[in-house]
Design a protein around this ligand. Structure first.
Ligand SMILES: Nc1nc2c(ncn2[C@@H]2O[C@H](COP(=O)(O)OP(=O)(O)OP(=O)(O)O)[C@@H](O)[C@H]2O)c(=O)[nH]1
Ligand SMILES: [Mg+2]
Length: 339
């Protein structure tokens, strides 16, 4: 299961610098608009202190963290939905991601070229919303024509609802849709259906009313990569690395939970959608574990750590046997029994 977050924003606002800081990959972050054209893709491990606590008990040969993918996308400008700038190319890249990070300029630095007249992250965010909504309107109109021809009744009614919402300049994400309607709308790859998080790039303390967001100085975070929490604090930075905070919030945004598998060979964190039942979680590990699922042995990670091992935990009766209807909880340590 690969889930990806797209980094979106105006040109030269720090998207590639953020991507570089997240993925530790080197990418071109030159000071000019449209420096990035083809998207950069990288895997980012999700920080999780529980993994280390479990690894301390099992001393495994390998420790694997859960991960999500980030895509650094070309900058967009007003009119992108009509093809301005790198318009359509940019938007087709947004179509492929599961969630969106808006990078908004919140720093004053005249040496860094800007395509906007003023520093106003809220306005920037609204303009980005408008471009995505306009593109969605176009998609919905095309789909409506097709649905009319085919006289697809359900599809027509859902599309009409989406059209009305987009016309009044509202994100589809904020609209009430049934599960069935959502599945249909997602199948069109609509941009405003995707959950969003905002990064305010800079130290300017500005009024920002949208949530969730993370405020950080991306260049500062880039330059302080690898420093210990103590070193960060001594430099006046937050104790927690800001990009770690962002990754964790993206994980929540995607509605993912973490479960663990343990052993001498490997301690590993896995992701699955919130609400997954045990066989589905098994399938994340191996497709056979889903098809041939029999039962799962489950214990909460902190119970396991406080007992100091599986044998002790079993003696205390803390390891439960769960069937195929069990809904996996964040922090579960699981062993799948399969046929
Ligand atoms: N002063 C300052 N400069 C920044 C900050 N963030 C990014 N920059 C500078 O802005 C320039 C562009 O950064 P990039 O990360 O390439 O921006 P981008 O959004 O990927 O740009 P495009 O790919 O052209 O859309 C670089 O010179 C960065 O050093 C910041 O927080 N403060
Ligand atoms: Mg770039």
């Amino acid at each position: 299961m690969s889930l990806s977050v797209g980094i979106v924003g105006f040109p030269n606002v720090g998207k590639s610098t953020l991507f570089e800081t997240l993925t530790k990959k080197r990418v071109d972050c030159s000071n000019y608009a449209f420096c990035t054209i083809d998207p950069n893709v990288g895997v980012v491990f999700v920080p999780d202190f529980r993994v280390k606590r479990l690894a301390d008990i099992f001393s495994p040969r390998r420790v694997v963290y859960s991960s999500i993918e980030f895509t650094d996308i070309a900058g967009l400008v007003e009119g992108a939905s009509r093809g301005e700038g790198l318009g359509n190319r940019f938007l087709s890249h947004v179509r492929r991601v599961d969630a969106i990070v808006y990078v908004l300029r919140a720093f004053e630095d005249s040496s860094v070229i800007s395509t906007r007249d003023e520093v106003d992250p809220l306005r920037e965010s609204d303009l980005l919303d408008t471009e995505l909504a306009l593109k969605d309107l176009e998609t919905v109109e095309k789909r409506m024509q097709k649905a009319r021809k085919e006289n697809a009744v359900f599809e027509k009614s859902v599309l009409f609802k989406a059209y009305k919402a987009l016309e009044s300049e509202s994100d589809l994400f904020k609209q009430e849709f049934s599960e069935e309607e959502k599945i249909l709308l997602h199948s069109y790859g609509l941009l405003t259906m995707k959950p969003k998080i905002y990064v305010l790039n800079g130290s300017a303390s500005l009024n920002f009313s949208k949530t969730p967001f993370v405020a950080m100085d991306i260049v500062e975070e880039n330059q302080s990569a690898g420093l210990s929490p103590e070193e960060r604090v001594s430099l006046g930075l937050s104790e927690e690395v800001k990009t770690d905070e962002l990754v964790k919030k993206c994980y929540e945004l995607l509605d993912l939970i973490t479960f663990f598998t343990i052993g001498e060979d490997e301690v590993r964190a896995w992701k699955t959608e919130r609400g997954s039942r045990a066989p589905r979680a098994g399938g994340v590990i191996h497709s056979d574990f889903e098809n041939k699922f029999i039962k799962a042995e489950v214990i909460n990670w902190s119970d396991l750590v406080s007992q100091g091992g599986l044998v002790q935990a079993k003696k205390k009766g803390l390891v439960r046997l769960e069937g195929k209807d069990y809904v996996v909880q964040d922090g579960d340590v699981i062993e799948i029994k399969h046929g």
